[in-house]
Design a protein around this ligand. Sequence first.
Ligand SMILES: [Zn+2]
Length: 290
Amino acid sequence: MDDYMIKVMTDAKDLLGVACLTTTLVEDAALRHDTYPTATAALGRALTGCELMASLLDPEQRVAIKLEGDGPLRKIVAEAEGNGAVRGYVANPHVDLPPKNGKLDVSGALGKDGFLTVSKDLLFKEPYRGVVHLYNGEVASDIAYYYSESEQIPSAVGIGVFVEPDAGVTAAGGFLIQTLPSADEKLVDDLIARIESMDSVTSQIREGKLPEDLLKAIFDDIPYHVIEKRYLAFVCSCSRERIEQAITTLGRDEIGKIIAEQGTVDVSCQFCNKNYIFSREELEKMLEEH
Ligand SMILES: [Zn+2]
């Protein structure tokens, strides 16, 4: 099934909700990066979280998140565009820890001491940047904490990724609910109570629930309407031309040294792990054109 997100607004315009299914793109990312189960869950949560954040943006805007912790995973990076494209990686894809309370130990892999950095390109002159301490290293709560601390928008975030014992991803998705300034406290309290009593996102998606169902369960009898549906996918913006440009910026001396010492250049894109090889002839041509 295609990954997608649904965005809704309450009829009273006091709550905004987004829910998404990301099983295919998380599986795609895990295959590209050869991640072990705990790293798969961590990367999958970050990609899903980044897609939820990008759901609030216009198609040509983008958001990037970087979670850095003191655990063996070290760093998770994800970038999403308002058109549904997302890409990302973890610094150490071969992290696998024993489960904790029956769940993949994402906070153990990332570490609880560290930072979440959010950069948004909203097409103004300067990109927006916000940094908060990690809340608990589980990703969803870290994103919710970022919204309340850095943007002063009370938010609830739930993200789930299920990795099979053979390491395949069979369920991934999440939701993001934001309260708008007109929301009254009672409404928000009721909503939080309902979210806390719900089954986890992972179990709901494993049961076959769709983003529409997640939102229905959260909003229940509060009237709301769908404002957008958007398809999501793992897409990387790298290309041979861009890598060539990056090599060119190394300068004449450095390129000459590479030709003398290695003959060829073998570069992998950090975000999607695609491999680019440049032959001696191609490097010499770059040198000539330099
Ligand atoms: Zn790439």
